[in-house]
Design a protein. Sequence first.
Length: 301
Amino acid sequence: MDRINAMRAFIHVVQDGSFTKAAERLNTSPQLVSKYVSKLEQHLGVRLMNRTTRRVNLTEAGTRYFESARQVLADIDNLENQIGDLRPEASGLLRISAPVSFAIRHMEPLLSAFRQAHPAVEVDLQVNDRKVDIIEEGFDIALRVGRLRSSSLIAKRITPVRLAFCASPAYLEQHGEPQSPEDLQYHHYLHYSYLDSNAIPALQKWFTGNTGARRVMMSNNGDVLVSAALSGAGIALQPTFLTGPAIREGRLKVILRDYEPEPMAFYAVYVHRQLVASKVRAFIDFIDGFFGDPPYWDRDL
């Protein structure tokens, strides 16, 4: 029995919740994954999980084995990464998580240029607006927008992210253009679910008045809100890496420039290791300065 592959199969079944999803992650068949887990149980002489048609449940032994096996594989991966750093050329699979809207607009040129510079690196880009657990989910790097809190992870600041209030000319013609945050109480707000409104003074004032202020729409995706703003549904506070083209074309107008929040930042986050894998180090070095400071999407706005 290949014990390492059996351990890896078992861990993915637990993390992904099914043999089928684990097989997809490992690029193999559910039958082989099931065989690995069965062989592992036979080798250990205990049942690690109870299987049903819909889910798997860990036994007490399975729970203890899962935590230990995950640490063993992490140590093995760390050892291989340290050895990999001794190679002059970055290589291997680089798994990156990035926000959806940013990835769609700005990641392809970056990754194409990176692959030309490092052809031995294969890139797996997964887009998701939620905050992924890069250790649990097996990512090498997570690209994040915001103001990061302290953690055990390493965060490399890449470029500033400007947030701007904007609305369509048609909306402003119908409802008037606010001149101060107090005026926002009379307007419609298109709210981004992941944005902490309480941390932004202008948004706090949006809801302090006694008339009319309401969130007419909320979404966890900025594209949806920008589309709504373009159609005249209300005012959105969104990053200019998303709204820049519409602002340049006059389809959106920036308002309340003097009351914009302090810029956030775009970060590359990765796990702290004494020796960072060459593929990770190569990407961090490559992305640093790629977008510019200020970034290219903010020029002429």
